[in-house]
Ligand binder design. Structure first.
Ligand code: ATP
Ligand code: MG
Length: 714
């Protein structure tokens, strides 16, 4: 049998061999949905479909890379487009930029850039932040964008007070972005969706080119993403989507479960394939997962069975505090490596928010266990890296106002805050970018003579840098470091900040540039490099390492699998998160998040919970997650410890026994969920003070800003 159809069940094979017409693959975790997508791509190629006629859309770069490597094995040398929605849109937007008022070298503002821009827009709109916080305004605008609501549309709507304020800021913010020749992450989707909606020729052209579109994890698409794939599948409705409503974890960012539930309505002649066999996990793990998810009322029960061996019982374990939890996990991993021949890559530890990884890192380091944190953003959030990237951004796009504000006085050149404010006022009142205002500094009466001289000096440095902009990236970066005396500056400030080794980070960025030059000998442009960097998310590993323990958020774990999984901090206010408990829809989404975590495990799983946890240096008492009460206690191996009784006043709470989970009567109702749609979350921390210690950045494909509690100091 050919490799494409080998090792597929009949149901999987029927999906893989489906060629034309809409296809919906609806199935639970570990049933081979992603496997079907990769095999189907190989099968299409085998049947003469050209690689450039196919696009496979994923939610993370990591998922796309994984998919690419699987397809490469089945169909070597075929260059099929695979990537995230945001990357897909970013690349299309390069081509159609002028149609939405941008130039091709437009910049992508990352979360902290957008935050800066938002603050400026709020000030320019004359809004006082005493009634609505910048975070709330940003969140309302983001959610409007995800629903394809433009500033004009929002203005016309009857609005609640908070929304009315956001409606005033929205057009100002958009105008400033256009002036800066920039987009935020939401705009990538918004611009393309509106372009497709309003330009029938563009839509038809792209629809004809991309005849076969596939979307994995379709349950997490928002309206903008839905509109994009829908618009590209009208003349050639060969859209294939895979998903599992029980794994929908982005409601708070506008994901709409109805997109998957209504697929059959959108495409009446759809072929629907259901996969019922799980190949990933032991029956033990699946029973625990199933029992948990049955507590969601808004869902449809699915049958899922496995022929895998029974395996070990799922462990539920209680610890005194986060340090003991981390130490225990590290020593167990070390032990399994020493005595059972396990490799570091066999283990993953999932957390609800990035800050929880710190105690784990410490413990793993102490046990000399190699690990990686899947938070690709961490590197790009370092001050020195942000400084250099800001220079590169400004070289690429002279209108990049946020970059200019960052670098005009970095390294220090005696240009103070007042000077910058005056420049900005001048730029705002003339509708020009800041760099342009800087060039006209002589005309600005409010500026002191000395300030004008300093600004002029900066403009001259900038002009020298721009002359190098077409050089290989490595040369440009080295030239930039030299011209700005950046090393001297770092040496001075690093001493003040007692920073570990910022120069090593700079070297790492140079290495990344060398690598980029090597990979793009012909088409490597500064713009492409910046795009790649801007679209890195906290779902990506900075370096893809082969043999390390993986530490990641539950959101980032979606779609992946590991032989042994630890989910730590299954505690109230963490999971469910304190800010996601208000509505039943939010609560159910948190339950799905735990469900996603549990179903990543292949052979072995431990859920743990502490008695106390340190948050911002404060040791606080902890209540176990209410989800623990929902697990089938007779299926779990509970590791007893002295502290346990303190947790539960009534031991019975935890000891509820359930009948055999697979035979439970259906406790769900069949009404599809729809109220989690557009349930954007207003996170207090989503707009923190600028870059200084902005640990979390939502990024284009995932963000757990909703799960960012105050940064803790474990
Ligand atoms: P999720 O919902 O978590 O994304 P999924 O449905 O996409 O899961 P896959 O990741 O495609 O599931 O598959 C789960 C695991 O099962 C993978 O290791 C895959 O290789 C394996 N698998 C799937 N189908 C088969 C099969 N027919 N024979 C052997 N292994 C299989
Ligand atoms: Mg999958």
């Amino acid at each position: 049998m050919d490799a494409i159809l080998k090792d597929l069940t009949d149901a999987q094979a029927s999906a893989v061999t489906h060629i034309d017409g809409p296809l919906l693959i609806l199935a639970g975790p570990g049933s081979g949905k992603t496997r079907v997508v990769t095999h189907r791509i190989a099968n299409l190629l085998k049947h003469g479909v050209q690689p450039w006629q196919i696009a496979a859309l994923t939610f993370t770069n990591k998922a796309a890379d994984e998919m690419r490597s699987r397809v490469q094995k089945l169909a070597p040398q075929q260059d099929v487009w695979m990537g995230t929605f945001h990357r897909f849109c970013a690349q299309r937007l390069r081509r159609y930029a002028p149609m939405v008022g941008l130039s091709e070298n437009y910049s992508i503002y990352d979360t902290s850039d957008s935050k800066q821009a938002m603050k400026r827009a709020i000030a320019a709109a004359g809004i006082s932040t005493s009634h609505a916080s910048p975070e709330q305004i940003a969140s309302t605008i983001s959610s409007a964008k995800n629903r394809l609501v433009t500033p004009e549309m929002m203005e016309g709507q009857a609005l609640r007070h908070g929304d009315a304020i956001a409606a005033k800021v929205y057009p100002v913010y958009q105008k400033q972005l256009l002036t800066a020749n920039a987009v935020d992450f939401d705009d990538l989707l918004l611009h393309i969706a509106i372009l497709l909606r309003e330009n029938p020729e563009v839509r038809a052209e792209l629809d004809a080119k991309l005849k076969y579109i596939m979307v994995d994890e379709y349950q997490d698409t928002n309206l903008a993403q839905y509109a994009i794939v829908r618009a590209l599948s009208i003349d050639h409705p060969n859209l294939s989507v895979t998903g599992d409503p029980d794994q929908s974890i982005y409601g708070w960012r506008g994901a709409d479960l109805n997109n998957i539930l209504d697929f059959e309505k959108d495409y009446p002649d759809v072929t629907t394939v259901r996969l019922e066999q799980n190949y990933r996990s032991t029956p033990n793990i699946l029973r625990v997962a199933d029992q948990l998810i049955r507590h969601n009322r808004r869902r449809k029960q699915k049958g899922l069975f496995t022929d895998n061996e029974e395996g070990e019982q799922v462990v539920l374990r209680f610890f005194e505090d986060g340090y003991k939890e981390a130490d225990s996990i590290a020593s167990e991993i070390a032990n399994a490596m020493a005595t059972e021949g396990m490799r570091p890559r066999d283990f993953a530890i999932f957390v609800r928010m990035n800050a929880l990884t710190r105690s784990l890192e410490h413990a793993l380091r102490n046990s000399a266990i190699p690990y990686q944190i899947v938070n690709g953003l961490a590197f790009y959030q370092r001050k020195e890296i942000k400084d250099l990237l800001a220079y590169l951004n400004l070289i690429n796009n002279p209108s990049h106002d946020v970059a200019l504000q960052r670098v005009i006085n970095t390294p220090t050149r005696g240009i103070g805050a007042t000077t910058i404010t005056r420049l900005r006022d001048y730029a705002d009142s003339n509708g020009i970018p800041l760099l342009e205002a800087a060039r006209r500094a002589d005309e600005i009466d409010t500026l002191a003579k000395r300030a004008k001289a300093m600004i002029w000096k900066f403009v001259q440095i900038y002009d020298r840098l721009v002359k190098k902009s077409t050089a290989p990236l490595e040369d440009l970066l080295r030239f930039l470091i030299e011209e700005t005396h950046y090393e001297d500056y770092l040496e001075k400030t690093a001493v003040e900040q007692q920073d570990s080794n910022p120069m090593a980070n700079v070297d790492e960025l140079v290495t990344a540039a060398v690598e980029f030059d090597r990979q793009h000998p012909d088409d490597g442009s500064l713009e492409a490099f910046l795009e790649q960097v801007a679209l890195v998310s906290d779902m990506d590993a900075f370096e893809d390492s082969t043999d390390r323990v993986t530490l990641m958020t539950l959101h980032a774990a979606k779609g992946l699998e590991f032989p042994r999984v630890y989910v730590i901090g299954v505690e109230d206010d963490l999971l469910p998160h304190a800010r996601s408990k208000e509505t039943e829809a939010q609560f159910e989404e948190e339950r799905r998040l735990l469900f996603v975590g549990i179903t990543r495990a292949m052979q072995w799983l431990q859920l743990s919970c502490c008695k106390r946890r340190t948050v911002r240096g404060d040791m606080r008492p902890v209540i176990p997650s209410p989800f623990l009460n929902e697990l089938p206690m007779d299926e779990l191996r509970r590791v007893e410890s002295a502290v346990e009784r303190d947790f539960f006043d009534e031991e019975d709470d935890l000891d509820q026994s359930y009948p055999d989970s697979w035979d439970l009567p259906d406790v769900t109702d069949d009404s599809p969920a729809n109220d989690s749609a557009n349930d954007s979350n207003t996170s207090d921390d989503s707009i923190a003070s600028d870059d200084s210690d902005f640990v979390h950045d939502p990024g284009p494909s995932i963000d757990d800003e909703v799960c960012q509690l105050p940064d803790d100091d474990l």
